[in-house]
Design a binder for this molecule. Structure first.
Ligand code: AMP
Ligand code: MG
Length: 415
């Protein structure tokens, strides 16, 4: 049970515990076309040289560069080679082959002169070359990009559009990836009503559910909505029992010291091992983390900014690790503070801010906020500025540590 005297654990330790418990999920083999946004769990080697043959990079004439040192010069055109066809003649001295982009270069040719730098093809099959070319010009030698057997992608690589293209190019029709985490989202509270209904006196719309589901989904998780759960031991137990069938259960609300804050007790009743209950963080102190079997559980605070900060700091790293993704070190940077901030000491503070780059150096401006319920203010942030637990005041102009929000990191709002 919650003990008011229980010490808070430092944020770094909380993260260490979360990463210790969050293990990469099992692998699965899926068709390449379905693999965008997934994380590779295998090494992929190129099955052949790329390109597999020396090929033309321009429409024009395959020729011997030594023949066109002095221009203009006429060459005999021995054939036309469209893309997809093998040449049937070698190119001898004084000869050329008309060639299309992507077509294999004939034996003997060491360059392509582009059609724009040639004259008209004469009736008797000669072409006038108007400019010299260097050996190797406008062509790619076999294996220029990849050699057969060369590694193209590794476990942990996030599958972007370009990487799917690479995999298709090396004939990888199926890929082994990490299973997507299945995340159950369960907002709790007697005051909550569906967001598309009109609250009566004392009620508020459930905004945590949709936001948490979106946050998990954009990190690659598959989500299920447990619906609003009432502050009632039986309802909570039932919801938790079902949620524990997922890889990750995210509850919000009901983890403070109030009479109706029953989440932690319900978790323990369901056999969840709780690793910590209080973090030295502002906002987000009452955050419960535990595990039962393979399912990780967060009991997040109900206040919007609190659970979103805990999501950034602890839940997102867990979801990434379950998929086998490395830590995105680039989310952490240092920036110059643009306005003085004052806070109570004792906990590490995460304050919403807007980040911008001026001549390549990062600056962060704190967003005025009324606190952990101020979701509209938080929604304007693209980063959190981190104030160490011992600092009461940090002055404008000082350098501070900054955590770029997952949403801006992904949308690359920062370029
Ligand atoms: P709790 O952690 O349950 O004490 O909730 C803290 C604050 O967050 C209260 O003002 C709640 O009304 C609010 N809150 C809790 N859950 C939600 C939710 N799903 N949507 C919007 N606000 C919530
Ligand atoms: Mg509540």
């Amino acid at each position: 049970m919650k003990d008011p005297e229980e010490p808070m654990i430092p944020v770094e330790l909380a993260l260490e515990i979360v990463l210790r418990e969050a293990l990469p999920l099992p692998e699965e083999r899926i068709p390449l076309a379905d693999a965008a946004g997934r994380v590779l769990a295998q090494e992929v080697l190129s099955d052949s040289d790329h390109p597999p043959f020396a090929k033309a990079l321009m429409d024009g004439y395959a020729l011997r560069s030594a023949d066109v040192r002095e221009v203009p010069v006429e060459l005999e055109v021995v054939e036309e080679i469209p893309a997809g066809k093998m040449p049937s003649h070698a190119v001898a001295a004084g000869q050329a082959a008309r060639i299309m982009t992507g077509a294999p270069l004939p034996e003997g040719a060491d360059a392509v002169q582009m059609v724009e730098k040639t004259g008209e093809l004469s009736r008797d099959g000669h072409i006038q070359i108007l400019e010299p070319v260097n050996p190797g010009a406008n062509m790619a030698p076999r294996g220029q990009q990849l050699k057969a057997g060369q590694r193209v992608l590794s476990p942990g690589d996030f599958l972007t559009a370009a990487r799917l293209g690479v995999l298709a190019g090396v004939g990888c029709g199926k890929v082994t990836v990490r299973r997507r985490p299945r995340v159950a989202v369960a907002p709790t509270g007697d005051e909550l009503v569906d967001y598309d209904s009109v609250p009566e006196d004392g009620q508020i719309r459930n905004s945590n559910g949709v936001a948490l589901m979106a946050a998990a989904r954009t990190l690659g998780a598959g989500v299920s909505d447990s619906g609003i759960v009432r502050d009632d031991a039986t309802a909570l137990s039932e919801c938790i029992a079902t949620g524990l069938l997922s890889d990750l259960l995210l509850l919000s609300g009901g983890v403070s010291m109030g009479t109706y804050d029953l989440v932690e007790r319900a978790l323990e009743m369901q056999g969840v091992d709780v690793f910590f209950r209080k973090i030295a963080i502002r906002p987000g102190k009452p955050a419960v983390f535990g595990r039962k079997g393979r399912c990780l559980v967060f009991g997040l605070p109900g206040n919007p900014v609190s659970y979103l900060v805990i999501f950034e700091v602890l839940v997102a790293p867990a979801i990434r690790r379950m998929q086998g993704l490395p830590r995105p070190e680039g989310r952490f940077l240092h920036a110059t503070l643009e306005a003085t901030v004052v806070q109570r000491t004792g906990r590490t503070a995460y304050l919403p801010g807007t980040l911008r780059f001026v001549e390549g150096s990062a600056r962060i401006r704190p967003i005025p906020t009324t606190g952990s319920a101020d979701l509209p203010a938080y929604s304007r942030a693209d980063a959190l500025l981190i104030l160490p637990a011992g600092r009461e005041r940090v002055d404008a102009g000082e350098r501070v540590e900054v955590l770029v929000l997952e949403s801006s990191w992904q949308a690359s709002l920062l370029g």
